[in-house]
Write a protein that binds this ligand. Structure first.
Ligand code: RIB
Length: 303
């Protein structure tokens, strides 16, 4: 019996968001909207997304002893996330500088701050959370050695979901634990390097050869491709929507998929559900504020 459907280990950032008519190019200055400050960070976003869907969720993250840190932890608690694993201090809270254009696309620069101080020792000290978690989800806005310690800390029978964002080459022991590795094309290219191939099916084959038990390739409006070592490649269509803000939609997709896998769904079933969650998220502004409840997802037609 697990106490948590999902343990998220990852970043928590204050998102400083400006809407712009056009995202600036190199050397360019553009004027934008008033500044909005929202709770964000890929780890914190995933935890809120899962909890809002009804998953029993815990977050292992580090924030600074400052106003942004309090904003982030308040948002977690308001969503129903267990913050017993949240650590405070060591550096200022991580910050993400985000511009969003009228099509809903964004550009993000992250200053990791306290996220960069989430250490392997913090993971070891949270052993009881790992023992209690059916699924563990992690991203790459925290140190890679901390991610490797997460892999070493998994309880027997629990499942690891990794979204390698922002992408870096990964050591074999991390890749081998992923079930699934969730990547977009850019992340796939960084991880697999040369020889990725031409089609998403080729990318999945190249990534599986590196060791993960399964792979999900997200393809934006074209949906996603799911692939397991021994199984067929399955395309999951997207849900057509008018995008307002894509910030955090990938985090909502990953959290939903991780939760549904823990409930025993197949990878393709979980990805279909996650596509509906991501579709709702892009129709609303912000990251955590945009994540739907299960009742809201139920109103979205299956892709
Ligand atoms: O995935 C979206 C997130 O990326 C934002 O909330 C921002 O904090 C960055 O981590």
């Amino acid at each position: 019996m697990y106490d948590y459907d999902l343990l998220v280990v990852g970043s928590a950032n204050a998102d400083l968001v400006v809407r712009v008519e056009r995202r600036p190019g190199a050397g360019e200055t553009v004027l934008g909207s008033d500044l909005a400050v929202h709770p964000g960070g890929k780890g914190a976003n995933q935890a809120v997304a899962a909890a809002r869907l009804g998953a029993r969720t815990a977050l292992l993250a580090r924030v600074g002893d400052d106003g942004h840190g309090r904003l982030l932890l308040d948002a977690q608690r308001a969503a129903g996330v267990d913050t017993v694993g949240a650590l405070v201090g060591g550096a200022p809270t991580g910050v993400a500088l985000i511009t969003v254009d009228p099509s809903g696309d964004n550009s993000i620069v992250v200053s990791p701050g306290a996220n960069g101080r989430l250490a392997p020792a913090d993971v070891r000290a949270a052993a009881s959370l790992f023992q209690a978690a059916r699924v563990v989800s992690v991203q790459l806005e925290i140190p890679l050695e901390t991610v490797a310690e997460v892999v070493r800390s998994l309880a027997d029978g629990s499942r690891l979901v990794l979204n390698p964002s922002p992408p870096r080459p990964l050591p074999p022991e991390v890749l081998a634990a992923c079930d699934p590795l969730i990547v977009n094309e850019h992340e796939a290219r960084v991880i697999a390097g040369d020889g990725l191939g031409d089609s998403p099916e080729d990318w999945a084959t190249a990534l599986l050869a590196l060791g993960p038990r399964s792979v999900v390739v997200t393809l934006g409006a074209a949906g996603a491709l799911v692939a397991e070592r021994a199984g067929p490649r399955v395309r999951v269509p997207s849900v057509p929507v008018e995008a307002v803000d894509t910030t955090g939609a990938g985090d909502a997709f990953t959290a939903a998929l991780a939760w549904r896998l823990g409930r025993g769904e197949s990878l393709a079933e979980a990805a279909r559900y996650a596509a509906r969650v991501g579709a709702v998220a892009v129709t609303r502004a912000g990251a955590q504020e945009s994540f739907p409840t299960a009742a809201e997802v139920a109103e979205v037609a299956a892709p």
